[in-house]
Write a protein that binds this ligand. Structure first.
Ligand code: EZ4
Ligand code: CO
Length: 409
């Protein structure tokens, strides 16, 4: 089965997406997601200029070999651009292999280890009443686990808080990237955040009870000792996880946090190789692996990372915001269904234009996802619809402290 054609499709229905479409000589097609929020065109170029020419004429069945060839033959290894490009090739080849087998992809990964995939949704509010409305709305939508993000008094905009209230009637869509020629600036004050957050969780638990799994994303903003303090203070509210409590580069930071708190820790949405997890996993410093299939070299490497994590009872929590396309989501769902150490899957529903471009067979029902049973990933890309929505410059925001210092966003 020879790769005859590989196309890079950049489209911006509700937001920008980069997709690789591989076609074989017997007419099978496979899709891979290569979307890197705010840096989309760099991956599109990496693929179109440097990867597509290497794919033509290769045996589409040799997935591991393609992965190793793209990783090692570039000489320059790792990094989000390279690994998103490799992920797109990897997932497209898995899509093709599963279609050739006439099976949904999860069957090739060992078959289903469970019947359905627990998802978590994203509640937020500018104050506690708005947050409680948002939590109730998510429960009405079926969500069984909910991420809780809140505004902080004195700060103008905070990560994870939707700009429109849940009750506004508009689709709840927390999309941090803004369509504009330049990134927007937000303000940040870690001490104000640390003073405010425990009281918000207390109010939420008092209102909704002890049962619902609640999650929180610290979004890389604390020092290790600040994160340790927050983890301790949140212990009475029994979080499912505290995510990205410190910036991700320093794996040893998590050791310090771990020594101080039993709040479960999740990290990894900006990681791209198994090496980013080496210390975290073997020293049992985390509880959940947060990588996206899209940004971590595809199914081939994610399966290896999660099998490594399984030896330490560390579970999956695959990244699934709207900047992961339906193709990337489907890849995550097939993996979620197959692996034994599944934890939870992030799910943020895509907008109507995205659903027009990407026809999906995965389902969300009563709080649980399923990848569906069509051969392959179960996603079709409507090329005409994609062509209607050209790329639009969009960036994630960045933070400055009150004195003007740039801070992690
Ligand atoms: O900020 O996907 O847990 N989810 C997140 C996301 C990320 C965006 C960045 O592209 O942290 O909202
Ligand atoms: Co996150």
């Amino acid at each position: 089965m020879i790769i005859e054609k590989a196309e890079v499709i950049v489209t911006s229905p509700d937001r920008n997406f980069v997709t690789l479409k591989i076609t074989t000589d017997d007419g099978l097609t496979g899709l891979g997601d290569a979307t890197l929020n705010g840096r989309e065109l760099s991956v599109a170029s990496y693929l179109a200029d440097h990867v597509v020419p290497l794919l033509i004429g290769r045996d589409a069945h040799r997935i591991e070999d393609a992965w190793q060839f793209l990783y090692r033959s570039a000489y320059w290894r790792r990094g989000p651009v390279t690994m998103a490009a490799i992920a797109a090739v990897d997932v497209a080849l898995w899509d093709i292999k599963a279609k050739a087998a006439g099976m949904p992809l999860y069957q090739l990964l060992g078959g289903a280890s469970r019947d359905k995939i627990l998802a978590y949704g994203h509640a937020s509010g500018r104050d506690v009443p708005e947050l409680l409305d948002s939590i109730r709305h998510h429960q009405e939508l079926g969500y069984k686990a909910i991420r809780v993000q809140t505004a902080v008094p004195g700060l103008k905009a905070v990560y994870g808080v939707a700009s429109q209230p849940q009750t506004s009637g508009k689709r709840y869509d927390y999309e941090p990237a803004q369509r504009a020629p330049l990134p927007t600036e937000e303000d940040w004050d870690t001490r104000a955040y640390l003073r405010h957050l425990p009281g918000v969780f207390e109010a939420v638990r008092n209102e909704i009870g002890a049962e619902v799994p609640l999650l929180h994303d610290g979004h890389h903003r604390m020092t290790p000792i600040q994160a340790a303090k927050l983890g301790k203070e949140l212990e009475p509210y029994d979080l499912f996880w505290l995510e990205d409590c410190t910036p991700a580069e320093n794996q040893d930071a998590l050791r310090l946090v771990r020594h101080h708190t039993t709040t479960p820790l999740a990290i990894g949405e900006i990681f791209n190789t198994v090496f980013d997890y080496q210390t975290l996993i073997k020293d049992q410093l985390i509880d959940y692996v947060r990588s996206a299939v899209t940004h971590t070299g595809g199914i081939t490497q994610m399966k290896k990372i999660l099998d490594y994590a399984a030896q330490y009872q560390i579970k999956s929590g695959i990244h699934g915001p709207t900047d992961i396309s339906p193709v990337g989501m489907a890849a995550a769902l097939h993996l979620d269904l197959a692996i034994h150490n599944f934890g939870i899957q992030e799910y943020m529903q895509h907008g109507q234009y995205t659903n027009e471009v990407f026809q999906q067979s995965f389902t969300f029902e009563d709080g649980y996802l399923h990848p569906g049973n069509k051969p392959g990933l179960g996603i079709d890309l409507d090329m005409d619809a994609a062509g209607k929505y050209p790329y639009q410059t969009a960036y994630l925001p960045y933070n400055r402290l009150i004195d003007g210092t740039v801070h992690d966003w």
